[in-house]
Write a protein that binds this ligand. Structure first.
Ligand code: A3P
Length: 317
């Protein structure tokens, strides 16, 4: 394995030295453009490593998303749904563990450990674009759940998340206007945002039985309905007895922003990847908070880009 790792970092160095560099959003290293998408070098190494080493199994469920679109929420809902016969809302590991610690992140947690799968349940998450997913995920037809969100809220969430991280590391924070400009140009972690969404959207139209495409706003509107759809899609629909007992409602309540964000682990714990404070993953959890951060002109500009980029796709955000 070590030899493999050495070879990988050598080929990684060869690859990154040739890649276009983009704005760093105030971090020491520039983002790197790889096959049309921008990545930090750490995540890019994870992607390349996953592409080379990760072996999916047919029953794997892959939760996919661009950053700050509801990944943490989707992880908790999926985990609670799949484990509901082992745990309930008073015993679930989600009460003492951060959702990122119960559903691993492919690029960082799992890329190097394909042969030692320590998955309690066959669920993994990734921010990779559809076109970058390890081949075995596609070949096996693994079920994929994708969540996306209004780009205005995603941008604000991303900007504030990175700013908090920068402050916690005593780094200078990046300017909102500059970050906005970069986001509009597509230069952000796993961006361009719209391309990320469109790849999964198109794939979901081609393979509706394999890809469930969700929107944060619709899920906020009627979370119970979407948890039922999610359960059905991943092959563990709620029985009528469970429905009568209010199991979907209990899962939704346990995974709600209000509940998760008030748990000790999520208020004061740290996430093992990079030691990020768990609380940073629970900011406000509202639809439309962009209004408090973007001027009407900024909002109109993002809406305009969204319209142009999605035009003809049948998707609206
Ligand atoms: P805000 O910054 O707008 O509050 P991700 O999980 O992909 O990193 O996305 C983070 C966003 O999801 C943050 O949005 C966060 O507050 C919100 N979020 C986290 N947990 C949530 C939950 N249980 N329900 C709804 N939104 C949640």
């Amino acid at each position: 394995e070590k030899e493999n790792g050495d070879l990988l970092s050598k080929s990684f160095q060869d690859i990154i030295s040739t890649l276009p560099e983009g704005n760093s959003w105030g971090f020491p290293d520039p983002l790197l453009q790889y096959h049309g998408f921008w990545h930090s070098s750490v995540f890019l190494q994870g992607i390349l490593s996953a592409q080379q080493q990760f072996q999916a199994q047919p029953a794997d469920i892959i939760l996919c998303s661009a950053p700050k679109t509801g990944t943490t929420w989707l992880k908790s809902l999926t985990y609670a749904t799949i484990t509901r016969t082992s745990y309930d809302d008073s015993t679930s590991p989600l009460l003492s563990k951060m959702p990122h610690d119960v559903v691993p992140f492919m690029e960082l947690d799992h890329a190097h450990f394909s042969t030692h799968r320590h998955l309690g349940i066959p669920v993994l998450a990734t921010h990779m674009p559809y076109s970058a997913l390890p081949k075995s995920v596609i070949d096996y037809g693994c079920k994929i759940v994708y969540i996306c969100r209004d780009p205005k809220d995603s941008f604000v969430s991303l900007y504030l998340f990175l700013s908090k991280y920068q402050k916690s590391q005593n780094m200078q924070t990046f300017n909102l206007d500059e970050a906005f400009e970069q986001f509009c140009q597509g230069v952000c972690c796993y961006g361009p945002y719209w391309d990320h969404v469109l790849e999964f959207w198109t794939a979901s139209l081609e393979h509706p039985d394999k890809i469930l495409f969700l929107k944060y706003e619709e899920m906020s509107d009627d979370t119970i309905l979407y948890v039922q759809r999610l359960a059905e899609f991943i092959g563990c629909p709620f029985s009528s007895e469970e429905e009568e007992k209010g199991v979907p409602e209990k899962i939704v309540k346990m995974c709600s922003f209000e509940n998760l964000s008030n748990l000790e682990v999520n208020k004061n714990g740290k996430h093992r990847v990079g030691g990020t404070e768990n609380a940073h993953y629970f900011r406000k959890g509202k639809v439309g908070d962009w209004e408090n951060w973007l001027t009407p002109e900024m909002a109109a500009r993002l809406d305009q880009i969204t319209m142009q980029k999605l035009s003809g796709s049948g998707l609206t955000l």
